[in-house]
Design a protein around this ligand. Structure first.
Ligand code: NAD
Length: 357
């Protein structure tokens, strides 16, 4: 068995802790990639892994991703992530959540947790019984920061798409701009609504075909089968479902000028950034354009920690900085010939004090 710190996904993480509580049955990994800019923030994933090494890989990879995302969002937060290893039946008990809360509390605020796949707002409320280092809790009242991050993520993506259209197509309006949206859930559905309001032409797809069809009918667009959305001739392809869709096959099928959407880890492999650029496609690095949700979650946490009232206007103002950040990346990419994803990574590494020599 090889040690995890010799694995490719280990990136000088500051702390990797395996938590096991015999009484509650909790097994979890908490990974803190960097606290250079502030407490390591990132959600908790509750997932059944066939192989525990897969859980370790997820914790290492996702916590590094949070360092980059939080840095590029301009947040005073580092990167962390937790995974709770679920059994095959995915049984989650109050005792497990309490034990997990105790483990987060024991880190004294170095790690701040929130929801991720398999963890609900109610679960975070349970964790918050044991530690203050939690975000993603129910909103305190009208106009307060917090709550479901999906609409905030969608708002940032919408602004990012507008910036991409201005940069690549020279248009300052979305009227008649054709956007193909993959995934019409919390994020993709929100993006589609905002785009429709601005006059974009929409083609939508979801593996739940009825979901895409209903939204297309409501917003006045077309719905297509989920396996054909990547080949739709359009101005913008907006992936808001799965990661790793930009692989050799996916990139070959694209018929668009721009890829800008909220799905995490869109590039299947690092070299796919080059493959996109070679096809002349402008790419909005995923963790830069989809930071609206973490901006909301972090603002909620920081306000509560500092005894302030965080409000939605503060969150929106921070999200409105996303287009400027993307523009800087694209300009730097054009000037240097380095692809946009690599430019973003280098900027993030610089911000977290890990610039490569
Ligand atoms: P969601 O579960 O609400 O929606 C995802 C949608 O994608 C669902 O409707 C699902 O049926 C559909 N889908 C799944 N596979 C598909 C496929 N192959 N083709 C077409 N549709 C497919 O999830 P969400 O919160 O909207 O998140 C969407 C993506 O955005 C994920 O990759 C997530 O990691 C990322 N993201 C979400 C947030 C957030 O605030 N929710 C923040 C950052 C990144």
């Amino acid at each position: 068995m090889s040690a995890f710190w010799t694995e490719a996904d280990f990136d000088d993480h500051e702390l990797v802790q395996v938590v096991h509580c015999r009484k509650s049955g909790l097994t979890a990994i908490i990974a803190l990639h960097s606290t250079h800019l502030g407490p390591g923030a990132g959600g908790t994933r509750f997932w059944h892994y066939n192989d525990p090494a897969g859980a370790m890989r997820d914790a290492l990879r996702l916590s590094r991703g949070m360092s980059y995302k939080n840095a590029m969002a301009g947040l005073p937060m580092g990167g962390g992530k937790a995974v709770i290893l679920a059994d095959e039946q995915r049984i989650k008990t109050p005792d497990m959540l309490a034990a997990f809360g105790d483990a987060v509390e024991a880190l004294g605020g170095r790690y701040v947790t929130a929801e991720d796949v398999g963890i609900s707002e109610a679960d975070m409320v349970a964790v918050a019984q044991r530690t203050a280092h939690v975000s993603g809790l129910p909103v305190a009242g009208e106009g307060s920061a917090g709550g479901d991050p999906g609409p905030f993520t969608a708002y940032g993506i919408f602004l990012g798409i507008k910036a991409a259209v201005a940069h690549k197509l020279g248009k300052d309006s979305l009227a008649g701009v054709h956007v193909a949206v993959q995934g019409t859930g919390s994020v993709g559905g929100g993006v589609a609504r905002l785009l429709a309001k601005d006059g974009a032409t929409l083609t939508l797809a979801d593996i739940h075909a009825d979901r895409a069809a209903a939204l297309a009918q409501e917003l006045g667009g077309d719905a297509v089968a989920s396996d054909s959305i990547m080949g739709v001739a359009c101005d913008v392809f907006s992936p808001n479902a799965l990661g790793a869709i930009l692989d050799d096959d996916g990139i070959a099928r694209l018929d668009c000028a721009i890829v800008a959407g909220g799905a995490n880890n869109q590039l299947a492999r690092p070299h796919h950034g080059e493959a996109l650029a070679a096809r002349g496609v402008l790419y909005a690095p995923d963790y830069v354009i989809n930071a609206g949700g973490i901006i909301s979650v972090a603002t909620e946490y920081l306000a509560r920690r500092d005894g302030r009232h965080g409000d939605v206007a503060e969150v929106r103002a921070l999200i409105e900085q996303i287009p400027g950040r993307l523009e800087t990346i694209w300009q730097e990419s054009a000037a240097s010939g380095v692809t946009a994803d690599v430019v973003a990574d280098r900027m993030a590494q610089q911000l977290i004090g890990r610039a490569q020599a």
